[in-house]
Ligand binder design. Structure first.
Ligand code: ZN
Ligand code: ZN
Length: 104
């Protein structure tokens, strides 16, 4: 059985202004978006999901880290600790409690 219908990702370049890739140093990083299309017989028919734009370097064929497009918050150390004073949870990388200023 061949899969004739399915959702396939489709990479689209959002703008044509190349930006410098910090990994390879070439200005070949373009703002790119991966949309998902419902396709039939490998022909994209309906866009089912619009992706978030990100920088993709065409030199490295990899997304560029640290670009403005990756707007999600980066988790800090991942470990958390509880403040002895106010009992609120905060990230262990903080020297002081961000809620009350108690020294961690
Ligand atoms: Zn690159
Ligand atoms: Zn506190």
């Amino acid at each position: 059985m061949f899969l004739i219908a399915g959702v396939q990702p489709k990479t689209r370049r959002v703008d044509d202004n190349p930006q410098r890739c910090p990994a390879c140093g070439l200005s070949q990083a373009f703002t790119t978006r991966v949309d998902h299309y419902l396709s039939l017989f490998f022909i994209p028919l309906i866009r089912v999901k619009q992706g978030e734009p990100f920088l993709l370097c065409e030199g490295c064929q990899r997304p560029v880290n640290g670009s403005r497009a990756t707007a999600q918050e980066v988790p800090l150390s991942g470990a958390s600790t509880v403040c002895v004073a106010c009992k609120k949870v905060f990230d262990r990388s903080f020297k002081y409690c961000p809620h009350c200023g108690q020294r961690a």
